[in-house]
Write a protein that binds this ligand. Structure first.
Ligand SMILES: [Zn+2]
Length: 289
């Protein structure tokens, strides 16, 4: 979503700025929060530390990251324990081993750029070289694992992967995760399809000339139907109206303090559901705005 709360959260972190290369519009960075987590255990292949992302931590190459589940972070679940990849011990209970999260970040190559003609153009506040294409696993509402894509700012690629790993470990269901270009860059269409997305170079709704946080690649909208934008009597997308009552507990919804909020909080990102006036329940951002 692209809205700006009438009163911002009090949790915009006053932490150190990231390194050189940031524009003057770079917000305070939650670097310390990011560094505090990620006990990721590389399982196979080359890995990247997905928890701490200084400007150079996400290399300009494909970095397939396979991260074992961390029992310390896991949500309580009635499932079998996850054996490590090489263990010969059988699972303690019947059932297949839980899959490991896979996520990667790569520069926007020519093929990807040709897919982003709706979401990026010259004049956007972030240069396309500063964006990264994330390919990552997420659970679906069908109980299966799916591969999704997000475009985010390179400074936040590792943080978003770390948050998404936590969502994966919590088996938080996400219906779909496609580039907003699959919907012509139209946020309303993307939301109506319950699409989880990040980068989109566009102004704040109703405020021409003011870039949305999504324009910088440091905001993600998760399950817009289950987590609509609610302001007064307005619910967006319209399909989210049944979810405007937040006392319900249904799959894919985000509630204060739940696994999704904690996942993004672990990398210093704020949640639009905590705004004081209008609520953007789908929206997480590095700035908290
Ligand atoms: Zn948003």
């Amino acid at each position: 979503m692209k809205r700006v709360p009438l009163s911002g959260p009090a949790s915009v972190l006053a932490l150190s700025l990231l390194g050189a290369g940031c524009s003057s519009q770079q917000p305070p960075s939650p670097r310390a929060a990011a560094a505090a987590q990620s006990p990721a255990t590389p399982a196979t292949e080359s890995t990247a530390d997905v928890g701490d992302t200084p400007a150079t931590a996400v290399p300009n190459v494909v970095t397939e990251t396979t991260v074992n589940r961390s029992s310390a972070e896991r949500e309580p679940q009635p499932r079998a324990a996850t054996p490590n990849k090489t263990t010969s011990a059988p699972p303690t209970r019947a059932g297949p081993p839980a899959p490991a999260f896979r996520g990667s970040a790569q520069p926007i190559d020519a093929a990807t750029r040709s897919r982003m003609t709706s979401s990026w153009r010259p004049g956007c506040p972030v240069h396309i070289e500063d964006l990264r294409l994330l390919s990552l696993d997420h659970w679906g509402f069908d109980g299966g694992v799916h591969r999704g894509e997000l475009v985010v700012h390179r400074h936040h690629a590792g943080r978003v992967l770390a948050a998404m790993r936590r969502l994966f470990d919590a088996r938080f269901p996400i219906e779909r995760m496609q580039l907003v270009d699959a919907y012509g860059g139209d946020d309303d269409r993307s939301m109506a399809a319950n699409n989880t997305s990040a980068f989109n170079c566009r102004p704040v709704s109703g405020r021409p000339g003011v870039w949305s946080q999504h324009s910088y690649g440091w905001a993600v909208d998760v399950n817009p139907v289950q987590n609509p934008f609610v302001s007064g009597g307005r619910v967006s997308p319209p399909a989210g109206a049944p979810y405007a009552n937040r006392s319900a507990r249904r799959p894919g919804m985000i509630h204060p303090g739940d696994a999704a909020v904690r996942a993004f909080a672990s990398v210093g990102w704020g949640w639009g559901g905590s705004w004081g006036s209008s609520k953007d329940y789908q929206h997480f951002s590095a700035t908290g705005r």
